[in-house]
Design a protein around this ligand. Structure first.
Ligand SMILES: [Zn+2]
Length: 142
C-alpha cells in the first residue's frame, strides 16, 4: 500500500504514518534499542500517539501500541478507526506483538492496523485479521 493513499475514513494514511514516525523519536528503549512509535486514530479523528517505554525490570516495559491505547482511554476515547505503527525495520513491516493484538481486540475487530516500513509504505489489516477467533468482551458475561 502506498503511503499517499487515503483511507476509507477520510483521513490520509500518510498523516497517521507520519505521526507514528514522529512518536518513534520519543521511544525509551535503552535495552532493546528497537524504537517503535504508534499513532491511533480515534472515532472523532483525534490522533493519539505512543512509543515503547522499556524498564530495567524487563517485563514492566510497554509497547508503543498499548501505550497509545492506554493514553487514548485515559483521555476518554474507546472507539478507534485505525492505528499506524512505525519502527526502524525497512524490508518487512513492523507487526504488533500478540499482547498488543489482544489489547486492540478489546476495542473491536473491524478497525485497521497500518504496519509500516521506514520508507512509509505499509501493509494494512484489520484487528480481526490479525487475531482471528479471538476472545473479547462479549465472551465475558457477568
Ligand atoms: Zn506489543
Amino acid at each position: 500500500m502506498a503511503a499517499n493513499q487515503t483511507t476509507e475514513y477520510g483521513i490520509d494514511v500518510k498523516t497517521l504514518i507520519m505521526a507514528s514516525m514522529e512518536a518513534k523519536k520519543y521511544a525509551y528503549c535503552p535495552y532493546s534499542k528497537f524504537p517503535v512509535g504508534a499513532a491511533l486514530q480515534t472515532e472523532n479523528d483525534a490522533i493519539i500517539t505512543g512509543c515503547n517505554v522499556e524498564n530495567a525490570c524487563n517485563n514492566l516495559g510497554i509497547c508503543a501500541e498499548r501505550n497509545a491505547m492506554a493514553k487514548a482511554v485515559s483521555e476518554g476515547h474507546t472507539r478507534f478507526k485505525a492505528i499506524a505503527i512505525a519502527s526502524n525495520l525497512d524490508k518487512e513491516p513492523i507487526t504488533p506483538c500478540g499482547g498488543c493484538r489482544q489489547f486492540m481486540r478489546e476495542f473491536g475487530v473491524k478497525w485497521t492496523v497500518y504496519m509500516t516500513r521506514t520508507d512509509g509504505t505499509c501493509e494494512a489489516m484489520t484487528v480481526g485479521q490479525l487475531l482471528p477467533e479471538s476472545f473479547g468482551p462479549d465472551n465475558v458475561k457477568n
